[in-house]
Design a binder for this molecule. Sequence first.
Ligand SMILES: C[S@@+](CC[C@H](N)C(=O)[O-])C[C@H]1O[C@@H](n2cnc3c(N)ncnc32)[C@H](O)[C@@H]1O
Ligand code: SF4
Length: 293
Amino acid sequence: MQYIEPLYRPPSEARSLILQVTNGCSWNHCTFCEMYTQPQKIFQLKPLATIDAELEAIAATGVAVRRVFLADGDAMTLSFRRLRDILCSINKYLPDVQRVASYCLPRNLLHKTAAELAELRELGLSLYYVGCESGDDLVLARVRKGETYESSLAALQKIKAAGSKSSVMILNGLGGNRYSQQHAVNSARLMNAAQPDYLSTLVVSFPLGVQRFQEGFGGEFEALEQRGLFTEMHTLLSELTLAQTIFRSDHASNYLVLRGTLGKDKQKLLEIVASALDEPGSVTLRQEWQRGL
Ligand SMILES: C[S@@+](CC[C@H](N)C(=O)[O-])C[C@H]1O[C@@H](n2cnc3c(N)ncnc32)[C@H](O)[C@@H]1O
Ligand code: SF4
């Protein structure tokens, strides 16, 4: 495969074939995200003929591919018809594929109907990684996500209505000190309304410095220290009323690793966070050098 690097995928797609059907991100304005800001990552579609040729080459290796992840940042920006064509090619060349997944901005689904998503699901596309980041409109505006509580909820509901699964990312620390509480409470409110299949939290980090991010906050952003991050996580978990959501806070950006199923494990997870807050040293934390994006 010929990739235009850097290439990002969710941790749970580590064993999937990464099929780069676009380069970069069609939005690329979120102030916390530097993933597609290098010159070679300017957004463009990959021609269908090139995708076909890549799939044909993989088929020729004889390797049985079971999972495919459509890269880059928001492959769901592609039209329904283009996605359908790509999925048909995947099925033609890789008949063992059981699941196709993609990152998805809520607005990528604005002009797609639940019936179209159901057709894509029939063709294999059944899991969407949605970077909600927050359920708080003020925080979303400050980080220039271009989404709101309502737009995020509408997309998650459409995914559910189509019979597909959603995996949501929320960013711990995104509102800084000042908006930590409302970020946690409104993110929980969004998750409670949407009831996603998977929820993961990542700690917001600033690989290229905080300046671009700080501009969105008019210079008033104050990053949370570890204790603030744990307090925010405690509030988020306390406010969550999820029936059956697999919760993961194990991405390399996290200091405190949490895994469980919500609501069943809510109390257990809250106790771990409380221990990290009240008895420092009693819970193993990732060291700074072990963290990454
Ligand atoms: C490659 S991006 C693609 C997501 C997709 N474009 C969307 O917005 O839904 C995947 C996720 O990485 C996370 N991410 C990006 N920059 C980050 C940062 N500086 N710190 C922590 N997480 C970050 C965000 O949660 C983002 O949704
Ligand atoms: S978070 Fe997603 S939408 Fe925002 S810039 Fe990064 S890839 Fe694009």
